[in-house]
Design a protein around this ligand. Sequence first.
Ligand SMILES: CC(C)(COP(=O)(O)OP(=O)(O)OC[C@H]1O[C@@H](n2cnc3c(N)ncnc32)[C@H](O)[C@@H]1OP(=O)(O)O)[C@@H](O)C(=O)NCCC(=O)NCCS
Length: 186
Amino acid sequence: MNPFLKNLYIRQPEKKDENEIHQIFSIVINDAFDKEPNFSDPQEIVDEIRNQKNKLELFFSSSGEEEYFLLTEYENQIIGTLSFGKPSDIIIKEIGKEAINSPALKSAYVLPKFQSRGVVKMLFFEIIKEIKRRGHSQFYFDCGYALAQSYYLKLFGEPEVFLPHCWGQNCHHRIWKCRVNDYLLK
Ligand SMILES: CC(C)(COP(=O)(O)OP(=O)(O)OC[C@H]1O[C@@H](n2cnc3c(N)ncnc32)[C@H](O)[C@@H]1OP(=O)(O)O)[C@@H](O)C(=O)NCCC(=O)NCCS
């Protein structure tokens, strides 16, 4: 394992981390929307940050039952997050009832200067153990960010659902359906 990955420390968030995690959401979401090809409405950024803060709040208020978060620290700084919880409306609409009781991965956010260095991949292999521990055999993941979709095509392969031009010209949405055991074995 490379020295950077060896020095990552993965754990659940504590209440004292809340402000730092909010900062991560704000920095990463602003940066991600800046890089999106057809982004135009700043209100989307505000809504997405609020949505992520609500998920984190649900993690604290439900003690990880309704929404489960992990974060990564590097040299005492939080640099990334990943969570799972109830599938989004778009997953349920496209997949149907079978998706309702399966978890969906969410909140994959890594500070720009630490992206593409294996942070989310490491969080992913850790969070999958918790999904398994809760008795699930499959999980979903959906993504509407153009850049991030290229990462996930690499990580998860071809999606179950492809929604072309869902968010405007050339802004597609993809939904992956994955078997837990495929990722525990890797
Ligand atoms: C998308 C994001 C979460 C990925 O996290 P990350 O820590 O940068 O990803 P990793 O380094 O763990 O990469 C995972 C895989 O994608 C690949 N990858 C990384 N950067 C890539 C790039 N620029 N293009 C294509 N593939 C890439 C990696 O090579 C790795 O696959 P490999 O092990 O086969 O090499 C992160 O870049 C991010 O926060 N982006 C902005 C916010 C966002 O879009 N979040 C997603 C919301 S759905």
